[in-house]
Design a protein around this ligand. Structure first.
Ligand code: BG6
Length: 470
C-alpha cells in the first residue's frame, strides 16, 4: 500500500562528493598535502611517509579541471542541491599558515559561480577526511587543543568569503567515525592500537568544541545560515531477543548517539560520563568548553548505508566484512560486493529515531551503493545498465517517504558519489556510486570521460516528479 507521506514541496534533491575523492590536482593551485595524500590504499594499510604515485586521489576524477562539465550534468539531472567539501589544505596549505591561499579560495568561488548559474544550492562540508598533513604530523591532529584555533581560523575565512553564497554548512563529516578511524577522521597519527582512550576522547572533545564554537561564529557572520554537524548513522539491532543482546546493542548504539547528543543538546550524556568513570578516562574540559558546547546545530545530518547487529555472546561475535563501526552481520540481510549489508527499512528506523531523539529537521547527506559497473554500448552510446543501483536507491527513498508519513521532518537528500569517485575506505575507483560513470580504472588508466548510467535518467524522473515515480 503506498505511503501517504509525499515529499514536501521544495524538498532538496541532490548529490554529494568530497574534495579529496574528486578533485585531484593534489599539489596544484598552492594546495598543501592532506592526510589523504599519504593514504594510497585508504584505511586498508598504514599511511605512507609521503605522497606516492599509486594514490588514485592525486588525479581522482579531475573535478578540479572538469567541474563545469560535471555541474552541468548535475543540473541536467535536476539537482536542487550539491554537497561538496572544501579541502582545508587548499585554503591553509599547512593548516597553521598566517594567511589563506587565494588560489584555493578562487577555485571554490568558481565552483559556486557554476552552481549559481544552474540554480543549485550549495551545501559545504568544512572538514571531510582531509586534515592538512602538517597538522596531523606536527601537532598530532585533534588530540591537540591547538587544532581548535586552526580550525576556527579556517572557518572564519570560509564564512567571510562565502557566507553570502552558502546557506548550508556541515562542520565535520561523520564525526563519530573518529572512534574507529582516528587518522582518517581526526588526523591522529598514533595507530589506533597504541592510542589511549583518554587521548582519543580528548580529541573527540576538541572536535566537538570546535564544531560548537564555529556554529556560534557562523551565526554571528551569517545570520541566515543553517549549520549542521554530521553523523555516520548505522542502526544497531540485537542479534537475538535476549536482553543481554539488547543491552549490548544499546551500548554500541551509544557510541554514535553520544556525538549527536552533544551537538544537538549541548551537554555530555550520562551514559558517556559513566563510561569515562568506569574506564578511568579523565578529560580536560574547561568552563569555557562547557559554555561553547551549548551552541547546538540547526539540523541533523547523517549518512546511511547499512545497519549492523550486536550480540553479547562471544561465540557469535564474528566481524562482518565492511563493519568498520563494529557489530556482527545480520543473517537476514544481503550485502553489497564489499560486504555492506543492505537494509532500506533501517533508514526509516534511523529517521524516526533521530527525529524523536533530537526534534531537529533531518538532512540525509549520503546514501548509495558501491558496485562494480560495466560500461556497455547501446545504440552507439556508452552507458551502464545499473538496475541494482536503481533498486537500492528506490528502496531507500521509499523508506524516506514512509518516514515522512510517520511525521519525520526531512529537508533533503543528497546521494553519495553522484558521480563516480575514489572510495574512502579502499581508495578504489572500481567501487562506484555514481549516476555518472567516469572512465578511470584502479590502475589509473582511462580517458576520464563521463558517461550517463541508466540511473541518471531514473534520478532525473524522481526529481522532476518530486518522488512520485518511486
Ligand atoms: C562515507 C564517507 O563514510 O562513506 C565518504 O563520508 C565515503 O567519504 C562513503 O566515500 C562511502 O564509503 P567508501 O569507502 O565506499 O567510499
Amino acid at each position: 500500500k503506498p505511503a501517504t507521506g509525499a515529499f514536501p514541496e521544495g524538498f532538496l534533491w541532490g548529490g554529494a562528493t568530497a574534495a579529496n575523492q574528486v578533485e585531484g590536482a593534489y599539489n596544484q593551485g598552492g594546495k598543501g598535502l592532506s592526510i589523504q595524500d599519504v593514504m594510497p590504499k585508504g584505511i586498508t594499510q598504514r599511511p605512507s611517509e609521503g605522497p606516492t604515485e599509486d594514490n588514485l586521489k592525486q588525479v581522482a576524477i579531475d573535478f578540479y579541471n572538469r567541474y563545469e562539465e560535471d555541474i552541468a550534468l548535475f543540473a541536467e539531472m535536476g539537482f536542487k542541491v550539491y554537497r561538496f567539501s572544501i579541502a582545508w589544505s587548499r585554503i591553509f596549505p599547512n593548516g597553521d599558515d598566517a594567511e589563506p591561499n587565494e588560489e584555493g579560495l578562487a577555485f571554490y568561488a568558481r565552483v559556486l559561480d557554476q552552481l549559481e548559474k544552474h540554480g543549485i544550492e550549495p551545501m559545504v562540508t568544512i572538514s571531510h577526511y582531509e586534515t592538512p598533513l602538517n597538522l596531523a604530523r606536527t601537532y598530532g591532529g585533534w588530540t591537540n587543543r591547538a587544532m581548535i584555533a586552526f580550525y576556527e581560523r579556517y572557518c572564519e575565512v570560509l564564512f567571510e568569503r562565502f557566507g553570502s553564497r552558502v546557506k548550508y554548512w556541515l562542520t565535520f563529516n561523520e564525526i563519530n567515525s573518529v572512534l574507529h578511524e582516528p587518522f582518517l577522521s581526526g588526523g591522529i597519527p598514533t595507530p589506533k592500537d597504541e592510542l589511549s582512550e583518554t587521548d582519543l576522547y580528548q580529541a573527540i572533545h576538541h572536535e566537538l568544541v570546535a564544531s560548537a564554537r564555529v556554529t556560534k561564529l557562523a551565526r554571528a557572520i551569517m545570520p541566515e545560515a543553517k549549520i549542521g554537524c554530521m553523523i555516520l548513522a548505522m542502526p544497531v539491532y540485537p542479534l537475538t531477543p535476549h536482553p543481554d543482546d539488547v543491552v549490548k546493542a544499546m551500548d554500541t548504539a551509544h557510541g554514535s548517539y553520544a556525538f549527536g547528543d552533544i551537538h544537538c543538546r549541548g551537554t555530555y550524556p550520562g551514559y558517556l560520563l559513566r563510561y569515562f568513570r568506569d574506564n578511568g578516562i579523565e578529560l580536560n574540559i574547561t568552563e569555557q568548553d562547557r559554555e561553547d558546547l551549548t551552541n547546538t546545530v540547526d539540523f541533523v545530518s547523517f549518512s546511511y548505508y547499512m545497519s549492523v547487529a550486536e550480540t553479547a555472546d562471544p561465540a557469535k561475535q564474528i566481524k562482518g566484512a565492511g563493519n568498520i563501526m563494529g557489530g556482527v552481520p545480520n543473517p537476514t540481510l544481503e550485502a553489497s560486493e564489499w560486504g555492506w549489508q543492505i537494509d532500506p527499512q533501517g533508514l526509516r528506523v534511523v529517521m524516526n529515531d533521530y527525529w524523536e531523539r533530537w526534534q531537529k529537521p533531518l538532512f540525509i547527506v549520503e546514501n548509495g551503493i558501491g558496485a562494480k559497473d560495466m560500461l556497455v554500448e547501446v545504440d552507439g552510446v556508452k552507458t551502464v545498465a545499473d538496475d541494482y543501483r536503481i533498486q537500492y536507491m528506490n528502496d531507500h527513498l521509499v523508506q524516506v517517504r514512509e518516514a515522512i508519513a510517520d511525521g519525520v521532518d526531512v529537508t533533503g537528500y543528497t546521494s553519495w558519489g553522484c558521480i563516480d569517485v575514489v572510495s574512502a575506505s579502499t581508495a578504489q575507483l572500481s567501487k562506484r556510486y555514481g549516476f555518472i560513470y567516469v572512465d578511470r580504472n584502479d590502475d589509473g588508466s582511462g580517458t576520464l570521460n563521463r558517461y550517463k548510467k541508466k540511473s541518471f535518467g531514473w534520478y532525473q524522473d524522481v526529481i522532476s516528479s518530486n518522488g512520485a515515480t518511486l
